[in-house]
Write a protein that binds this ligand. Structure first.
Ligand code: GYE
Length: 305
């Protein structure tokens, strides 16, 4: 207890920083674009970036953060794989006097607080992403109402919140049935396997909502293997909006995608600079997300990551 622990560690002014970036995995284009954006920006500033890839393991990610602490980095950017297991890492950094900025995923808000345990969360409004895709469905469903949901990594903030926003909007609209909702771990092949099993159990499904592009692409493969036309027989909805998914909207295989922008570099280092100057940082530095459907997908394709 005591006053000292209520305060965030300050970031002293320096010309060049040594900064940690604890990535959660690198098995998809979203992660690769995010890492590149962080590396590019660190490079521009001439900062040393200590990069780790937890390869999809929360336990490894905790160890990665501990090793950054041991190496004496000035600040840690952390993309926490899951909301609860990364809390000890956030607290260990704070105890060691190293400020943490959460990138793209959040931690459990009952267990750690922005402005107290970590500087801020930089990322999208995942509840709103789920809500926006649901609202598109409510308006454009053409009578299709029987939904399979492919959830992201269990216990991760985007999976929790993309489900919450979608389910609430669908329930509020009425007339829809959520046949099944299961994790595909944000991964393409897992998404394909889960979609295949759920389509077998629920052959009447006519909507698939995937929490990211990777699982949406997996679902498209499962639909085609089952002799169904994605985008026509079954509405396919996704979140992320990478090039492949926006192209799938152009091709009519995905009906709509909410963007989740992975280009964090400029905003991340700008926020760090503000913090070093002692400026007040909001608890949540929000990213704005575009929306892609057949009305704009072709025009936006070149801008997608
Ligand atoms: O949607 C997904 C990635 O945390 C917002 O994680 C991110 C999500 C993104 O692996 O594709």
């Amino acid at each position: 207890g005591g006053l000292a622990l209520a305060d965030l560690p300050p970031l002293p002014a320096k010309d060049k920083y040594k900064v940690g970036f604890a990535q959660t995995e690198s098995n998809n284009p979203w992660r690769i674009a995010q890492t590149k954006s962080m590396q590019d920006e660190a490079g521009k500033l001439g900062y040393q970036l200590v990069y780790t890839d937890a390869a999809g393991s929360a336990a490894k990610q905790v160890a990665d953060v501990n090793s950054m602490i041991a190496q004496g980095v000035d600040l840690i950017f952390l993309a926490p794989r899951e909301e609860k297991p990364l809390i000890p890492a956030v607290m260990a950094a704070k105890k060691a006097g190293i400020p943490v900025i959460l990138l793209d995923r959040n931690v459990d808000q009952a267990l750690a607080k922005a402005g107290e345990d970590y500087v801020t969360f930089i990322g999208s409004d995942f509840v709103d992403e789920g809500k926006r895709i649901a609202e598109w469905l409510v308006k454009n469903n053409g009578g299709k109402t029987k939904i399979i949901q492919l959830e992201g990594t269990t216990g991760s903030s985007p999976a929790n919140d993309r489900k919450k926003g979608f389910d609430e909007a669908i329930n509020a609209a009425g007339g829809f049935t959520l046949l099944a909702s299961q994790s595909g771990d944000f991964a393409r092949d897992k998404g394909r396997q889960v979609a295949e099993a759920l389509l077998q159990a629920h052959p009447d499904a006519d909507v698939i909502y995937a929490h990211n592009d990777e699982m949406a692409m997996g679902a498209i493969a499962a639909l085609e293997a089952a002799g169904k036309k994605p985008g026509t027989d079954v509405i396919v909805l996704s979140i992320d909006g990478g090039k492949e998914a926006v192209q799938a909207v152009v091709d009519g295989k995905i009906n709509a995608v909410v963007e989740c922008n992975p280009r964090f570099g400029p905003k991340a280092f700008e926020t760090m600079a503000k913090y070093a100057k002692g400026e007040k940082i909001d608890a949540w530095v929000k990213n704005d997300d575009k929306f892609y459907d057949p009305s704009n997908a072709a025009a936006e394709l070149a801008n997608a990551y």
